[in-house]
Design a protein around this ligand. Structure first.
Ligand code: B12
Ligand code: SF4
Length: 463
């Protein structure tokens, strides 16, 4: 029987999501969902599959004993992981083992990394991986498999976690994907190229089964691993109703978290459902307090609701915490944007946030426009020297000097939080210099009736 090892590369960025506040055994936030899906697409009667997450199982180098003689090593990753994927592939190629790579990273940066792996899987692999396995068995596999159509998610099998089930306690949450795709079209984002604008969803019963499986392994928080959980609102509301039922039948409710758009601040029914389903934190691409920058970036869904700080407070008032993504370096941004973002964090009472410099990912509308304007810098020859991806950008900003932007960013982001400086995680979020560090104030607006109801519900469920 052929043996396959599926590796998720070490990710400094991801390891940093572990704040140090979790229990000692937690090594990573998210178990490798893409690899568990590939494992599920691999017939167990023909192949043995083992998952290996470098953040949990250790770094792989030429001396590492991976426990068996594998016939194939498959890697996964986003674009920020590709360099590490290439290093790991190099280790196995030196041992004469066939290597493959799939995931969004190689799907969007195919050319730059083509020669680092033997077989490339571009885009989603629900159809191409089984096709490869048949070709491989028949002795004539191709060097590249490319999925053009976007598969209906009923074709995506429930992820198979069995090979790492003992290690699932080392993750702070379970991952379940309910939809792929996003109806919006932000200029800097490649989600719609990779996954389409029409959200595709899994049948609700399937989602519930996946949640129950992970809960059975002892995980109590579930990350719904979607681009935009509210993209198909009828579906996500129906799912929330089922999550409420699922929790009601449990002694201890599960906690949910996901990525969602700011536009939910205008949908009270949805906010109530999210709160009642026990979503305690959502990631929102807030990006900027500047309406001009948001309009320029095509992030109109944030602008439609008016005052952004008020929209955030509305969501917080339901007891749903927000981790916000912020961006500096839009064409409309001047140096004052740093102060404006700072004041905005104060005013909105954001519970958590991370900040990035605007980058133009290959192929996005932003990349195309800035290429025409000759404002994209090819950093690939220097990639090894650049350090952490948060500390540089591949664009020439419009109103800010490039050095000015990077210096201002570095000044703000390098100040450690007192008492946390030595812990992993202390640099993952944007830290304003100590004098300017925001204090999270208690909300000044009176609690809404729903907030009070949610508090009562929480108290009832956790006496
Ligand atoms: C959930 C999510 C997160 C979560 C959890 C991340 C995690 N590690 O699990 C959080 C919020 C933390 C996050 C953070 C970031 N994310 Co994110 N995230 C996603 C999201 C929405 C879902 C990922 C997922 O779970 N997919 C479900 C699985 C089943 O899909 P999959 O892994 O793609 O696997 C399929 C195929 O790709 C393929 N495949 C994958 N691996 C392999 C391997 C082999 C061998 C084979 C054959 C096939 C194969 O087969 C699978 C079935 O089709 C995606 C968008 C999306 N819809 O996928 C963005 C996405 C992956 N993230 C992205 C980015 C940029 C980031 C950040 C860098 C953002 C930032 N600036 O900080 C950070 C990086 C953090 C890190 N170090 O991991 C980009 C990546 C862009 C790219 N081209 O690489 C995406 C595509 C969104 C986007 N366009 O902006 N993210
Ligand atoms: S809402 Fe989020 S996922 Fe959708 S296009 Fe904008 S940035 Fe990308």
């Amino acid at each position: 029987m052929k043996k396959i090892l599926l590796v998720s590369p070490q990710s400094e960025n991801e390891a940093l999501w572990v704040t140090g506040d979790e229990s000692a055994e937690v090594r990573n936030n998210f178990p490798p969902l893409g690899l568990a899906t590939i494992a599920a697409l691999t017939p167990p009667d023909r192949y043995e599959v083992q998952l290996w997450d470098e953040n949990v199982h250790g770094l792989i180098d030429e001396n590492t004993d991976v426990g068996a003689d594998y016939d194939l090593v498959g890697l996964t990753g986003f674009n920020i992981h590709l360099r590490r994927c290439a290093e790991v592939a190099g280790v196995f190629r030196a041992r004469g083992i066939l290597t493959a790579i799939g995931g969004p990273g190689i799907s969007s940066s195919t050319l730059a990394f083509r020669d680092k792996f033997d077989i490339l899987f571009i885009n989603e692999a629900e159809f191409t991986w089984p096709q490869f396995l048949d070709d491989w068995d028949a002795g004539h596999h191709k060097a590249e498999y490319r999925q053009i159509d976007k598969p209906d998610l009923t074709h995506s099998p429930p992820p198979r976690w069995t090979s790492i089930e003992k290690d699932l306690c080392r993750y702070s949450m379970g991952t379940v994907q309910t939809t792929r795709g996003c109806p919006f079209d932000c200029e800097f984002c490649d989600v719609i190229y990779l996954f389409g604008r029409r959200p595709r969803h899994k049948p609700i019963e399937r989602v519930l089964d996946e949640i129950r499986t992970l809960a059975g392994y002892g995980l109590t928080t579930m990350f719904l691993s979607d681009d935009e959980f509210s993209g198909d609102r009828r579906y996500s509301k129906a799912l929330c109703r089922e999550l409420i039922r699922l929790n009601a039948a449990r002694e201890q409710p599960l906690t949910f978290t996901t990525q969602i758009s700011l536009s939910i601040s205008r949908d009270k029914e949805f906010l109530e459902l999210l709160a009642d389903a026990n979503f305690d934190l959502v990631f929102i691409g807030v990006e900027s307090v500047s309406q001009e920058s948001l309009i320029g970036a095509g992030k109109v869904q944030n602008v439609k609701g008016g005052d952004i700080a008020a929209q955030i407070r509305e969501i917080l008032s339901y007891g749903i915490g927000i981790r916000a993504g912020l961006i500096v370096g839009f064409d409309e941004d001047e140096l004052a944007i740093f102060d404006r973002q700072f004041d905005f964090v104060q005013e909105s009472h954001l519970t958590s946030f991370g900040i990035n410099m605007l980058k133009a990912p290959l192929g996005t509308r932003l990349w195309q426009r800035l290429m025409r304007e000759r404002r994209v810098i090819d950093l690939s020859p220097n990639r090894g020297l650049l350090g952490h991806p948060r500390s540089y950008t591949n664009i020439i900003p419009k109103r800010l000097g490039r050095v000015e932007l990077m210096e201002a960013f570095e000044t703000c982001s390098s100040a450690p939080i007192p008492g946390k400086a030595s812990q992993p995680g202390s640099r993952v979020s944007f830290r304003w210099s100590p004098a300017r560090r925001p204090t999270i104030r208690p909300t000044t607006s009176p609690p809404t009736p729903w907030w009070r109801k949610r508090q009562a519900t929480i108290r009832r469920r956790n006496p």
